[in-house]
Ligand binder design. Structure first.
Ligand SMILES: NC(=O)c1ccc[n+]([C@@H]2O[C@H](COP(=O)([O-])OP(=O)(O)OC[C@H]3O[C@@H](n4cnc5c(N)ncnc54)[C@H](O)[C@@H]3O)[C@@H](O)[C@H]2O)c1
Length: 404
C-alpha cells in the first residue's frame, strides 16, 4: 500500500505509531494545514516511507494508491470531494470515525465513494482491540454451545478533548455522544454479534438515550473553555451521554441490548475503555486502565514530566500513574490497519466500509433524537428512518441551550 495521509494532528501521529507494527505500508507523505513537516520528519526518521510533504491532495494523489482522512469532522465532505476529483490512481480511501456529523453528510460520503469507484475503510479501532478479540476467541466454544451474548456495556471516558474544534458542536457534530458514542455503540453492536456473522447482522430495533452537560457548563470549567475560544453560554454540548440500543437477531428473533456510556468529565488517570459482555453462562471484561506497568513521579520531579507519554489524555503528572506500553495496539489501531490491508490486497472494502460508518452515524443520530424528545426511537418504523435522513440534532445546530 502506498499511503498518503491528510491531516497531521493527534490521530495521524497515533496511526504513524501503529504503522511501525504493520508490514506492507509505505507512507509516501502527508498534506495538512498544520503539522505536516513534523509528521513527515517522524515518518522518515522511523523508516516508514518517503515521508514527503505535499502542498495539496491533487499532488499527493499522483504518488499514492491509498489516502487516509485524519482531519476534523467539519472538513470531511470538502476533503472527499477533492480526493474524488483526483482519484484515478486510488484503490482505497480510509476515513477515521465518525464518518460524518449527520446522516445527510454520511450518505454523501458513501455516494462519492460509490461514484468514484475506490474501496473504503471506516476506522473503528475498538472492534480491533486485541483484548476484545482474544476474549471472543477464547469463548467461541461456549458461545456456540450456549448462545451469543445478550447484554453488553461499553464505555469510553476521559477528561475532555485536546483541540477546541471538538468542543464546538457545530463543527464537531455534537459533544461526547458524537465524538465517542460512535465508538461505544459500534463496539457494543460487535460484542453482541454472533461469532462469524457480519458487523451489521443484528438489526437495530430501538434506541433510548440521554445527553447531559454536567461539568463543563459549571462556572470555572466554562471559563476554562472560554479561554480556548469555546463559549458554552452560546453553544453548549453534552459532556455525558448514556443510552441503550436494542437489536434483534434476524434468524432467531432474540432481543439483545447494548448499553453505552461516554464522558468528557472522567476526572481519573486518563482515557478508559471499559467493556463487559454477558452471555448465557459466560462473560468477559476489558478495562484499558489495567496495566502490568505503573510509574511514580514525586512533587519534586513533576515539573520535568510529560504525562501524556505514559497514557492518552493523562490528567496528572505526579503521584502513582498508569503506564500503557503499547497504546496503538491496545486500542486496536494496529488491527484496523491489518484489516484495511487485507481489503486493499483483495481489491475489496475493509471489513468495516463506509456504509457501515453510515449505519453508526444513524444510530448516533437516533440517540440524539431520543435524548432531545425524551422518547424511545423505533428504528423499524420507516417514517422514523426517513426523518433520520435529514435530522440535525439541536445541539449540532448550536441550539444545545434548549435541551441541556
Ligand atoms: N479513533 C480514535 O480514537 C480517534 C482519536 C482522535 C481523533 N479521531 C478522529 O480523527 C480525526 C482527526 O482528529 P485529531 O484528533 O487528529 O484532530 P487534530 O485537530 O489534532 O488534527 C487535525 C489535523 O488536520 C489538519 N486539517 C484541518 N483541516 C484540514 C483540511 N481542510 N485539510 C487538510 N488538513 C486539515 C490540521 O491542520 C491537523 O493537522 C477526527 O475526525 C476525530 O474524530 C479518532
Amino acid at each position: 500500500m502506498r499511503l498518503g495521509i491528510v491531516g497531521a494532528g493527534f490521530v495521524a501521529n497515533f496511526h504513524v505509531t501503529a504503522l511501525k507494527s504493520v508490514r506492507g505500508v509505505e507512507v509516501v507523505g502527508v498534506t495538512a494545514l498544520k503539522g505536516a513537516e513534523e509528521l513527515a520528519g517522524r515518518i522518515r526518521r522511523e523508516d516508514l516511507g518517503k515521508g514527503k510533504v505535499f502542498a495539496n491532495i491533487a499532488d499527493m494523489s499522483r504518488e499514492v494508491d491509498t489516502i487516509a482522512i485524519f482531519i476534523p469532522n467539519f472538513a470531511r465532505i470538502q476533503t472527499v470531494e477533492e480526493i474524488a476529483a483526483n482519484s484515478s490512481n486510488l484503490k482505497m480511501v480510509i476515513c477515521e470515525k465518525p464518518l460524518a456529523r449527520n446522516v445527510t453528510e454520511a450518505r454523501k460520503m458513501v455516494d462519492i465513494a460509490d461514484k468514484s469507484g475506490f474501496k473504503t475503510a471506516y476506522f473503528e479501532n475498538q472492534i480491533f482491540m486485541p483484548s476484545v478479540l482474544k476474549a471472543r476467541g477464547q469463548l467461541v466454544n461456549c458461545e456456540n454451545a450456549m448462545g451469543p451474548c445478550h447484554l453488553v456495556r461499553s464505555a469510553e471516558e476521559h477528561g475532555g478533548p485536546h483541540e477546541s474544534w471538538f468542543w464546538d458542536p457545530t463543527r464537531q457534530g455534537g459533544g461526547v455522544l458524537c465524538d465517542m458514542g460512535c465508538h461505544s455503540i459500534a463496539v457494543g453492536w460487535f460484542m453482541l454479534t454472533p461469532a462469524g456473522q457480519s458487523p451489521t447482522y443484528l438489526r437495530p430495533a430501538q434506541v433510548s438515550a440521554q445527553t447531559k452537560l454536567l461539568k463543563w457548563g459549571l462556572g470555572t470549567w466554562k471559563a476554562k473553555l472560554l479561554e480556548r475560544g469555546v463559549d458554552y453560554n452560546k453553544t453548549p454540548a453534552e459532556d455525558y451521554a448514556i443510552g441503550t440500543v436494542d437489536f434483534t437477531n434476524p434468524d432467531t428473533g432474540q432481543k439483545v441490548t447494548a448499553q453505552f456510556t461516554d464522558s468528557w468529565m472522567y476526572d481519573a488517570p486518563g482515557l478508559r475503555l471499559l467493556m463487559e459482555a454477558f452471555g448465557p453462562g459466560f462473560s468477559y471484561t476489558v478495562d484499558s486502565l489495567q496495566s502490568p506497568a505503573g510509574i511514580f513521579i514525586s512533587d519534586a520531579a513533576a515539573e520535568t514530566a510529560n504525562a501524556e507519554l505514559a497514557l492518552e489524555k493523562s490528567q496528572s503528572s505526579r503521584g502513582a500513574l498508569v503506564l500503557q506500553p503499547n497504546e496503538a495496539d491496545l486500542y486496536g489501531y494496529v488491527g484496523e490497519w491489518q484489516d484495511a490491508l487485507n481489503g486493499y490486497r483483495a481489491g475489496e472494502n475493509a471489513s468495516l466500509g463506509w456504509k457501515y460508518g453510515l449505519e453508526i452515524v444513524r444510530l448516533v443520530m437516533a440517540s440524539y433524537m431520543s435524548a432531545e424528545r425524551g422518547a424511545v426511537i423505533n428504528l423499524q418504523d420507516p417514517k422514523v428512518l426517513e426523518e433520520l435522513e435529514t435530522y440535525i440534532p439541536l445541539i449540532q445546530q448550536g441550539r444545545g441551550g434548549e435541551v441541556l
